[in-house]
Design a protein around this ligand. Sequence first.
Ligand code: CP
Ligand code: NVA
Length: 300
Amino acid sequence: MKRDFVTISDLTKNEITEIFELTGKIKESQKKGIDHKILKDKTLAMVFEKPSLRTRVTFETGMTQLGGHAIYLAPADIQLGKRETVPDAARNLSRWVDLIMARVFDHKTVEDLAENATIPVINGLSDLEHPCQILADLYTIVEKKNTLENLIITYVGDGNNVCNSFVAASDILDYRFNIATPAGYEPNKDYVERAKNVNLMYDPHEAVADADIIYTDVWASMGQEQEADKRKQAFAPFQINSELLEHAKKDYLIMHCLPAHRGEEITDNVIDGPRSIVLDEAENRLHVQKGILVWLSQHG
Ligand code: CP
Ligand code: NVA
């Protein structure tokens, strides 16, 4: 049976460990200039309904470094569900390429792609989840703190796709996940109800007090641009700034999936400060996704 990576919950704890081990080897090879063309002559189709810097460049570069090739399909190219149905696009792509990565508005689109493709499908962000981001983030945290066990990751801001994937992963990897959002902007209710290690809070000061990792993301995600002004008001007390961080313990690290809206969810001095690991996090998108591509190619 082919495997997909549509949600974090598609993987078990052991499988995440396998992907992290693979990633470590691939990253080391990359850094030492050792040939690791594990996906020679393989092709990845990258379907985008939304813009991207990191996801596009890291998947495309990753395929090149693994000896394969990636095809970028811009929003106007496929027009999933408009020019042809999602299942038809999935069946056609399955006859030509070896893997599909899709960034979509509606999570159901990436689920339908996975259901109808005979090759692995990877979620490159949907309205519900951003699993590649969270796997890369958790890998980065393990690099910095050696473990996830007993760590407290605090998310301050919008209960969005990034937050949902952190909620889902907290059950698999057993870290505590504190979330501070304004009322009405909580993460997905079903995810939270299922989770056993999640604390929903409404006070960012309380949420950061014992955090090892302090994480934030934009207040209006792609597709919510028309709500941006309303959200700026609701989220103003949830900015990551020097005042908020006075309430944090000493050795916290700052993370952000990027792109950042500087001066909104995070201030310049914090994102550019000594505790920020946002660029290590962005770099690890490349290494971890290479791990995911290889792992999926070997399982199915
Ligand atoms: N973090 C992330 O997915 O960035 P892009 O939207 O630029 O791909
Ligand atoms: N929550 C953001 C993440 C961007 C990488 C969005 O969906 O736009």
